[in-house]
Design a protein around this ligand. Structure first.
Ligand code: UDX
Length: 417
């Protein structure tokens, strides 16, 4: 199929490359000329496992190209995906300006186009957005009728940073929210090479599925963190509890790893947006989800409190292992390490940090701490160590009495979950 993808951020580029690898002819559109140039050279502007390899193959085989011109791209596309960002506004609600701008550009391009085409929103937008905001823009700009002269779908993504390509190519399910059967049938054709269940829903149900999925995953994390805090108090290993509870197939072990709480670019943003929307637009009081956020905020610096029960932080040297919001990425957005380091500093501790990927990013936020070039160096001559992100390479130091190559901490024990 001939497909256009508007927005070559994380979701856009991964989707474009994965779809090209399945034999589709994909044109990426972005306003950033530098990005377009890089993509056309087969260079990925973002780091994601396996992406550059597959991207350069798609470019060589002429399955993928990039342009800044929306009208040109859409001219011979049967399907257009909107994959631009939906950041948070100050008040927590979703900033839809990029989605609306992309939709307007697509509407203008549709006016010039004779053939039927399906516009599909992949960006995460609050339920009813596509129907109530995007379709009217498309109709106004194109002068055509949705469901008659062009199709509309909503196709949420569930990609995890670091393994996004794998997630795209092997999804647990593909959700197609459709305006009408014809639109859904065309979108379904895109996924004919995929070996995953396809679920067809209304557009607003598909939008809700995305928020409900992220909210439930975040709820599992806050839940196990609350249990973990009780376990810590009672000397119980929360991981043993999670392993055993998770054996119940109704519960499932995934996303029951206690730790410093969830971070990243999605869960915190999507939960806040969902809650704001529910309160302002749907007259709801989502108390459970508000607690999920509250537990998560408290959880981020709990580790420092645990350390303070053992040592007085004033004048001590503390190593922080793990700065990224999760292993396998250099992304520090909403990483628990940020408030942890802040709190350690405010308590008068000197901090030495180490992360295999995220140190350069953390230097921009905490430039005044020491950065070590190995975990071993990070814990040398420190009084205590906090393991914040569970990178596999920290396994060797993840023992009750923290030792690294036989060396003990001066005063405190190493602390992790
Ligand atoms: C998430 C969703 O998984 C994905 O479907 C959605 O499209 C985008 O948001 P991502 O942010 O890349 O993906 O990371 P994920 O692996 O889900 O982890 C999110 C956060 O939860 C991380 O901070 C992680 O450390 C934390 N987490 C995860 C836990 O604390 N415990 C767990 O058991 C699992």
């Amino acid at each position: 199929m001939k497909i256009s993808i508007i927005g070559t951020g994380y979701v856009g580029l991964v989707s474009a490359t994965a779809l090209a690898s399945k034999g589709h002819k994909v044109t990426c559109v972005d306003i950033d000329e530098d990005k377009v140039k890089k993509i056309n050279q087969g260079t990925s502007p973002i780091h994601e496992e396996g992406l550059e390899e597959l991207l350069s193959k798609a470019i060589q085989e002429k399955k993928l190209k990039a342009t800044t011109n929306t009208t040109e791209a859409i001219k011979d596309s049967e399907l257009v995906f909107i994959t631009v960002g939906t950041p948070s506004k100050e008040n927590g609600r979703v900033d839809l300006s990029y989605v609306e701008k992309a939709t307007r550009d697509i509407g203008k391009a549709l006016k010039e186009k004779k053939e039927y085409c399906v516009v599909t929103c992949k960006s995460t937008v609050p339920p009813t957005t596509t129907q109530e905001k995007l379709i009217p823009i498309l109709e106004e700009e194109s002068g055509r009728k949705a469901g008659e002269e062009f199709g509309v779908c909503m196709n949420p993504e569930f990609l995890r940073e670091g393994i996004a390509l794998k997630d795209f190519l092997n999804p647990d399910r593909i959700v197609i929210g459709e305006l009408d059967e014809k639109s859904g049938n065309i979108l379904e054709k895109t996924y004919r090479e995929f070996d995953s269940p396809i679920l067809r829903t209304s557009i607003k149900a598909a939008e809700m599925v995305k928020y409900a999925s992220n909210s439930l995953l975040a709820t599992k994390i806050s839940f196990i963190n609350e249990i973990g805090n009780m376990c810590k108090e009672l000397g119980i290993d929360v991981y043993e509890v999670a392993d055993t509870v998770g054996k119940d197939h109704r519960i499932n072990r995934d996303f029951l790893n206690a730790g410093c709480g969830f971070g990243g670019s999605c869960f915190p943003k999507d939960l806040r947006a969902f809650i704001s929307e529910a309160k302002k637009e749907w007259k709801q009081e989502p108390k459970l989800l508000e607690s999920v956020i509250e537990v998560n905020l408290d959880q981020k610096t709990k580790l420092v409190g645990l350390l303070e029960e053992k040592i007085n932080l004033e004048g001590t040297k503390v190593s922080v292992l793990g700065l990224a919001f999760k292993p396998g990425t250099d992304d520090i957005r909403n990483s628990p390490a940020i408030p942890i380091i802040k709190k350690l500093k405010s308590k008068g501790a000197e901090v030495v940090a180490y992360d295999p990927e995220a140190m350069e990013n953390m230097k921009k936020i905490h430039p005044d701490i020491e950065y070590a070039d190995s975990p071993k160096k990070a814990v040398q001559d420190t009084d205590a160590c906090l393991i914040v992100t569970d990178w596999p390479e920290f396994q060797e130091v993840n023992t009750p009495k923290l030792t690294l190559e036989g060396r003990r901490m001066n005063k405190g024990e190493g602390i992790c979950w």
